[in-house]
Design a protein around this ligand. Structure first.
Ligand SMILES: Cc1ncc(COP(=O)(O)O)c(C=O)c1O
Length: 418
């Protein structure tokens, strides 16, 4: 038993003050929490967003000090993203990044300049108007659409929402080089399934690669860089074969360029497969690569989770207004896409007649499996004024560009074979 001492009244006063302070803090926190809950509930009513965690559990204290910040091992092991070559100052045709070569669509520059005076303000956090416009265009509910800073960013948010260390993400390989980076950053393990000899997804092998650890399978149709798209029948079969708790992410960045009648349009399969998530972008057919707008479409619950993990205000003001402006120019977009598809057919006919073996090309690019000769071909192309995307030891991807650029490609490839 402690003896009452002369300091007792002072200690009691101190205790009372501490208790008062504690009560005030608790009151403030409760107010904070109820405000946060209100905001989360409102977002949930409007967009189906997952409620925010108001009082997250504090992180475990580190058990061991290392003297300097250390990257997670998964991050240190990430491959570098190799962007399409940008040229060295010589006049060149840039056919290395699958960009849209057309000038801005009608009304785009005006829509952008209208917004320039507003850039001191944050964008609409939920890109409400754009989300609604996309939902209307695709015939889905607005709770099924979430936008982001390019579809690559949306993919990162998808993975944040669905996977953690110890999980596996399967994807075909070779495919889009952002996949290994996105999966590696998420902490999950990459499981790569080789393409077939004609550059297609090996769907049987992809389905067979699913294990209890598999959380996500990424598919790319048309496949970057090889070109072929998936058929609806193939995808239906695949989705029926994989467990329904595995999310299947179908990257349709080049969907607008597909003129193959049997090719899948992911939107048609969404009602039957709630584990299907689509990724789409304004970077290709809509010509907004520099503004960064992409989106995911899927079941409301999945989309709410992705939204909860998304970068706050990630779709910037100019991007939102630009995307809305180009959505109003669908006829012009279709005309331009048709012109690119016609050019693709012309180039493919030309180079196939020269003896090149070109796999099906359903996007705005085509693939030549040049193997060990790839480096030499890419260097020779640069000397001929053509920037191409080489994959060392594998092949070269060539974007369908301006008519003159395409003429130069046909001429170069014809000369190179001789
Ligand atoms: C298959 C694929 N998905 C996504 C993207 C990138 O889209 P975004 O510009 O919307 O990030 C690309 C770009 O090259 C791509 O090839």
């Amino acid at each position: 038993m402690t003896k009452p001492g002369k300091n007792e009244p002072m200690l009691a006063r101190k205790d009372a003050r501490a208790a008062e302070k504690g009560a005030r803090t608790a009151q403030r926190e409760a107010k904070h929490a109820s405000k946060a809950a209100e905001v989360a509930a409102k977002a949930s009513r409007q967009y189906g967003a997952a409620p925010a965690v108001v009082n997250p559990t504090p992180a475990e204290p580190p058990t061991r000090r290392t003297g300097k910040p250390r990257l997670r091992p998964a991050v240190a092991a990430l491959p570098a993203y190799v962007p399409g070559a940008r040229g060295d100052g010589r006049p060149m045709w840039k056919l290395s990044s699958n960009e849209n070569p057309n000038p801005p669509l009608t009304g785009l520059l005006a829509a952008l300049s209208d917004q320039l005076a507003e850039v001191n303000r944050y964008p609409d956090m939920y890109a409400t108007e754009l989300t609604e416009a996309l939902a209307g265009r695709l015939g889905v509910a607005r709770e099924q659409v979430v936008t982001g800073n390019g579809s690559v960013a949306v993919l990162a948010h998808v993975l944040t929402a669905l996977v953690q260390e110890g999980d596996e993400v399967i994807y075909p390989w070779r495919s889009f080089e952002a996949y290994p980076i996105a999966v590696g950053s998420s902490g999950a393990a990459s499981v790569r399934v080789p393409l077939t000899a004609d550059g297609r997804h090996d769907l049987g092998a992809l389905a067979a690669a699913v294990t209890p650890q598999t959380k996500v399978v990424i598919l790319c149709s048309p496949n970057n860089p090889t070109g072929p798209s998936l058929t609806e029948e193939e995808l239906r079969e695949f989705l029926a074969a994989v467990p329904s708790d595995v999310a299947v992410v179908l990257d349709e960045a080049y969907r607008e360029y597909v003129d193959e009648a049997k090719a899948v349009d992911g939107v048609d399969l969404l009602p039957a497969f709630p584990n299907l998530l689509l990724l789409r972008t304004f970077s290709k057919a809509y010509g907004l690569a520099g503004l960064r707008v992409g989106y995911a479409v899927g079941a409301p619950k999945l989309v709410a989770g992705i939204r909860a993990c998304s970068t706050a205000f990630g779709t910037n003001t100019l991007a939102q207004h630009a995307a809305l402006a180009v959505l109003k120019r669908e006829d012009e977009v279709r005309e331009r896409v048709a012109a690119t598809v016609a050019e693709r057919q012309r180039v493919l006919a030309g180079v196939r007649a020269q003896g090149w073996d070109v796999p099906a090309a359903d996007g705005n690019f085509f693939w030549l499996a040049t193997g060990e000769a790839t480096g030499r071909l890419v260097a020779d192309a640069a000397d001929a004024g053509l920037l191409l995307r080489g994959f060392a030891g594998e092949g070269v991807r060539i974007t369908i560009g301006e008519t003159d650029a395409n003429d130069a490609v046909i001429e170069f490839l014809g000369d190179w074979r001789r």
